[in-house]
Design a protein. Sequence first.
Length: 88
Amino acid sequence: MRAGRVVGFIWMDATAQLEALEREKERMVHRYLELQDQADELNEAIYRVCCDIEILNCKINRIKEELRLLARKAGMNAPIRPPPANGI
């Protein structure tokens, strides 16, 4: 009879451990999904900023090209350089 009690105790202990591990796994999966949602939001924000930068690059290149054309018409051969970033 004693062997049956030992087996029963081991069974109950293993079952309790299994349930605890399953709860921990569920908690971690929930946290993973929360983090994935945050990552998706950040990736979307990064994509929008990249698109905005590309739009600005297109506008900058268009204006540079217009300035090159104007310079050629005026007989200027010097390359058009943007003003320094510090405004001096």
